[in-house]
Each structure stands twice: as structure tokens, then as C-alpha cells.
Design a protein around this ligand. Structure first.
Ligand code: SIN
Length: 493
């Protein structure tokens, strides 16, 4: 821990404690669990292993704080959010180091994530004053009908390890802007960035109880979160993570009928038609697929290339992929860092071995890089992928590009949509009619057309089918944190 703090310009940013009702505190049991550096496997900190009693204390604080926070003027809430944004930017380098240390992404990407996460805070600071309702045109004399947007109440934010700053920022910022208070649990692999973010929120003047955070190990996460699922005071859950866990949360919270936002798994297709600009398609695929080493819900998981250009595309792509630098984040030149943990590596190995056994060819990569560290996998391109392979059905979440061949537009669309998931989809084409047609027919919440970088605080992020529901970011993102109240005032004639 001392080593970790000494690597920061502001060591005080790191409080390895829960934050409840404005106080930094241990779990009531005093138990802790270890956080590891995925690049080396070393323990870098110990944080509270919270249990239901700690989760309950967080809800108590958030419920007490709710009436005061919701009564603040939107511009008062906005001013605090804006200060939080300024603090994130001012401490950006430390936050990037923390992200890279506990999550493994290269430092340049860690810096990118700080800017990305901060952009949601700035966006929702601005949106706070624009939560309009409606005056409904008069239907009867003497009656005025209005629709008002009100904060939903206490929100439970449950966040993943792949973007330890951006995902929690894009849940807490709209919640606070709307007048909600928050209880949060970050992923057990990456709690330190979230705790640092809360430290900055405290310094920015977020009142006690408005944001509360508890950390818990894999073993204790379900009981701790279970307390929120059963507690009728928690009115909403916002979750980013796997579809299996999303379904569990939806099922287990049904008893108190909460509002839910679920940003779940994807299995994104990336289609390259033979009228595409091949160089642009390779560049878009590289940017999108290898972001965070392939550990992103919107990463292309299946790449479909039309037969006439398949070999040329595969050649250009594998040359670019073979040149990627795999190294720990401490190396400024790193482009691909470690995977998050041994379970992640095991899944990638299983997918690649299954594909090779069923006839895929590794054009580059295809193996673990144990000489670099425990959790590294070589950036890989697999030709001759088919729908029988595991990597067609499941999200690999690693630096592996399987290339599928197709003949017609109809074949590509059928294969792309042949999945229960529907988060992101991408395609490259220069035919305007095809662009219109394929954008409409792809079953996904987000479509990139001749573009691999689709994420933005100004855009609605979310999926269809088993990739979930609700939208984060954009002007639509606030709807998830508000309820509509209809007020009918009579006696006005
Ligand atoms: C995710 O992987 O869940 C989020 C990625 C993004 O916001 O671009």
C-alpha cells in the first residue's frame, strides 16, 4: 500500500475504506480482501470486505440524504458536479496511474478513460438544469394537467472492472444531476479508482450521504448487494456487467419492483463489405477491437469479411496486429496490457483452442505470453472462423479477432443478428443505399458505420435483446433516473 501511495502525486487520494455518510470506515466485521496488479499478480492494497450490514448502513445514509439533495436547486447540484469534474481533471494523472495499476490498461488508455469518465460528469452537470416536464394542452375547462420529472430516489450503482472510472462516473453523475442519492459497489478487481473518485467528490462538496460506496470480495458481493435488492428504499439499480448477473439482479429485485438499467454483454459483429475502404476498415477494427486489450462490451467479437476481399483484408490486418506492443502499463509504449485475471485468460485460451481444433488458422498470435507476465495473451487473428466455434456464440473479451467469410449482404445480416445479444454492431461500406439498409436491419442498440470509435458522453449508450435496457449518457440518460409525475389541478375555471 505504501508503495502504491508513493507512486501518486497525491498519496491521500487513496483511502482503502468504505465511504458511508461522509465517513471513511472499515467493514463492520473488520474483514478485508486483497486487490492485485494484473500485470504481476502482486497484492497492491487491501480493502473492506463488506457484508449486508455495511450495505444497509450505506442505504440508511443515502435515504437520509435524499430529501435534502432533491430539494437543492438544479444549478446548485450542477455547481457541485462541475467542481467534481474540475477535481477529476486536476488529478487526472494520478487517476490514470491507478486505473492502469489495478486494471492493467496502458497508461495512454488510462488517461483516455479519465477524460472519458470526466466528460459524463461535465455533461450531466450541464443537463441538471434541463430536466423539463410538460404542460399538457388543456383538455377540459378549469383543469391544468402537467407532467413533472422527479428523482427516482436511492440508486444502487454496480459497476464493472473494465472501465473502473468511466462506468461509475456515468452512473453517479446523472443520478446526482436528477436529485437522486447513491449507494455503489465497484468490481472487486478494481475498487481503488472508484474510492479515489469518491475522495474527489467529497472534496468537491458532495454532502454526506449523497454518495456512499462499499467494497466486497467476489464471495461477499452477492449477499451485500442482496441487501439492496430486497430493500424497498432502493428504488433503482444501474448495472454494467454480464447478462447472467443482470438477469440475476432483475430476478432478485422483482420483489420490490425497482426501476432497472442493464448494460449487459455484447457479441458485436463487424462487417466489411467488398465496396469498403479496406485501409479505413482495418484502422476502425484495430481501434475498436484492441481498446482495453479487447475487454470492452462494445468490442467487435465476430468479424465478417466478404469473400472477394477476404484474403487481402486478412493480410493487411494481421500485419498490423503482429506489430502491436504487449507490455505492462509501466512501459509508456505499451498498446496491449494484461488481461484482468486468470479466469479471463482461461476463457480466451478455451476459445482459441476450440477454434483451432475446429479448423481455424492463426495468422498471428494464438498463445499466452507467459514471458511478459501471468495474464498476457498475444494479439491474435484467426482465419476460417465458423459458426460452430465457441467464439461465435460467446464474448471472448480478449485480443482475438476471428475472421468469418460471407458472400451476400443477406448472409452477413443473418449471421450478424444470429445471437441473443444486441449491444453494438459495425459495418464498412461506401454504398449509400446499403448504409441505410444495413443500419436499419442490424439488431443492436449502437451501430458504427465506417467508424470504430462510437462512445461519447453525448450519445445514448445501451443495447437491445439480452444486452439489456436503459441508456447511459446523452439527454436520454437522465430518463433512467427520473419518474414522471402527472399533476392534475382542478377548480381553475
Ligand atoms: C463497456 O465496455 O461496458 C463500456 C464501453 C464504453 O463505454 O465505450
Amino acid at each position: 500500500m505504501k508503495d502504491l501511495q508513493s507512486s501518486l502525486d497525491r498519496p491521500a487520494l487513496l483511502s482503502p475504506l468504505n465511504f458511508i455518510d461522509g465517513e471513511w470506515q472499515s467493514a463492520l466485521s473488520g474483514e478485508t480482501f486483497a486487490v492485485h496488479n494484473p500485470a504481476t499478480g502482486e497484492v497492491i492494497a487491501n480493502v473492506p470486505d463488506s457484508q449486508p450490514v455495511d450495505a444497509r448502513a450505506a442505504t440508511d445514509a443515502a435515504s437520509r440524504a435524499f430529501p435534502g439533495w432533491r430539494e437543492k436547486l438544479p444549478k446548485e447540484r450542477a455547481a457541485i458536479l462541475r467542481k467534481w469534474y474540475d477535481a477529476i481533471v486536476a488529478n487526472g494523472e494520478d487517476l490514470a496511474r491507478l486505473i492502469s495499476l489495478e486494471q492493467g490498461k496502458p497508461l495512454a488508455e488510462g488517461r483516455g478513460e479519465v477524460a472519458y469518465g470526466a466528460s459524463y460528469v461535465a455533461w450531466f452537470a450541464e443537463e441538471a438544469s434541463r430536466i423539463y416536464g410538460d404542460i399538457i394542452p388543456q383538455q377540459q375547462r378549469g383543469k391544468r394537467m402537467t407532467a413533472l420529472k422527479e428523482p427516482v430516489g436511492v440508486v444502487a450503482a454496480i459497476t464493472p472492472w473494465n472501465f473502473p472510472l468511466a462506468m461509475i462516473a456515468r452512473k453517479i453523475a446523472p443520478a446526482l444531476a436528477a436529485g437522486c442519492t447513491v449507494v455503489a459497489k465497484p468490481a472487486e478487481d478494481t475498487p481503488l479508482t472508484a474510492l479515489a473518485l469518491l475522495k474527489l467528490a467529497q472534496e468537491a462538496g458532495v454532502p454526506a450521504g449523497v454518495i456512499n460506496i462499499v467494497t466486497a470480495s467476489r464471495e461477499h458481493a452477492a449477499p451485500a448487494v442482496g441487501d439492496w435488492l430486497a430493500d424497498e428504499r432502493v428504488r433503482k439499480i444501474s448495472f454494467t456487467g454480464s447478462t447472467a448477473v443482470g438477469k440475476y439482479l432483475a430476478r432478485e429485485s422483482a420483489g420490490t419492483l425497482k426501476k432497472l438499467s442493464m448494460e449487459l454483454g455484447g457479441n458485436a459483429p463487424f462487417i466489411v463489405f467488398d465496396d469498403a475502404d479496406i485501409e479505413a476498415a482495418v484502422a476502425g477494427l484495430m481501434a475498436s477491437k484492441f481498446r482495453n486489450g479487447g475487454q470492452t462490451c462494445v468490442c467487435p467479437n465476430r468479424v465478417y469479411v466478404q469473400s472477394a476481399i477476404y484474403d487481402r483484408f486478412a493480410d493487411v490486418l494481421s500485419t498490423r496486429v503482429a506489430a502491436l506492443k504487449v507490455a505492462p502499463a509501466t512501459d509508456e509504449a505499451a498498446q496491449i496490457g494484461p488481461m484482468i485475471n486468470a479466469r479471463a485468460i482461461d476463457k480466451i485460451v478455451r476459445h482459441v483452442e476450440d477454434a483451432l481444433a475446429q479448423g481455424a488458422r492463426a495468422l498471428t498470435g494464438g498463445k499466452r505470453l507467459t514471458d511478459v507476465g501471468p495474464n498476457y495473451f498475444a494479439p491474435t487473428v484467426l482465419a476460417d472462423a465458423t459458426a460452430d466455434m465457441l467464439l461465435f456464440r460467446e464474448e471472448t473479451f480478449g485480443p482475438v479477432v476471428p475472421l468469418f467469410r460471407f458472400d451476400t449482404e443477406a448472409d452477413a445480416l443473418k449471421a450478424a443478428n444470429e445471437t441473443p445479444f444486441g449491444l453494438a454492431a459495425y459495418f464498412y461500406s461506401q454504398d449509400v443505399r446499403r448504409i441505410d439498409r444495413v443500419s436499419r436491419l442490424l439488431e443492436a442498440g449502437i451501430v458504427g458505420v465506417n467508424e470504430g470509435a462510437i462512445s461519447s458522453e453525448a450519445a445514448p449508450f445501451g443495447g437491445v435483446k439480452e444486452s439489456g435496457y436503459g441508456r447511459e449518457g446523452s439527454r436520454y440518460g437522465l430518463d433512467d433516473y427520473t419518474t414522471l409525475k402527472y399533476v392534475c389541478q382542478g377548480g381553475l375555471a
